[in-house]
Write a protein that binds this ligand. Sequence first.
Ligand SMILES: C[S@@+](CC[C@H](N)C(=O)[O-])C[C@H]1O[C@@H](n2cnc3c(N)ncnc32)[C@H](O)[C@@H]1O
Length: 237
Amino acid sequence: MEASARTRHARELFAPLGPTYDRYARLLSFGQDPRWRSFLVSRIPAEARRVLDVASGTAAVAIELARADGGRAVVGVDQSKEMLAAGRERVERAGLSDRIELRESRAEELPFADAEFDAVTFTYLLRYVDDVPATMRELARVVRPGGTVAMLEFGLSHGIWRPLWELYVRIGLPAAGAVVSPGWGDVGRFLGPSIREFWRQWPEPRLLDTWRAAGLTEVHARRMSLGGGIVVWGRRS
Ligand SMILES: C[S@@+](CC[C@H](N)C(=O)[O-])C[C@H]1O[C@@H](n2cnc3c(N)ncnc32)[C@H](O)[C@@H]1O
């Protein structure tokens, strides 16, 4: 099937970022990104022995999942060869090659059987897919009943913090990105409108309903860092 414009854009956006992704993702989120990932990983119970991390990119979440529990096996998938190449190097440096497998795959068509995993995580994914409900169903499909699904996404600050958020994504982020490299300049310009548009289409109650419609129950959301990040998690019914 031919890739959609959104998919092609996501591939082009991430292709040049692999080698510098971790350093600048942290910097551009004011150091908050690792804190959000740790909270995401803390949602996954210790008994989850086999975990799938979707949109794994450079494997930051996959590595944290493996480190959180010594016996856990993690499979990370991403549609970007370049991000995965940086991820493989990072996994090797972390000495976790025997416990983390990275594979090229799209979230919309996971190459796994139903209920194959005890848990699924995904990070900054849903803004890049064409069909959010169908993708949620596909993510839930590969988790066993009772297993956990958890995601991290950028949020939209509200109230008095919103003008500051707007200032950052309209001016600070594009300017800082452009200083780093042309690729990060593209990301800096893209992120604000992408986050704003996502939450316009998928306000939190609607997004959580989509999780429930995908077969997830006990769905919770936690906004972090003045709303700049949001973690959602639930259990497969
Ligand atoms: C912002 S990065 C996040 C990477 C990593 N999860 C992290 O926390 O650092 C988003 C990732 O989503 C991947 N991605 C976007 N759309 C995807 C899709 N439809 N299927 C699989 N991966 C996708 C991109 O290639 C990119 O690596």
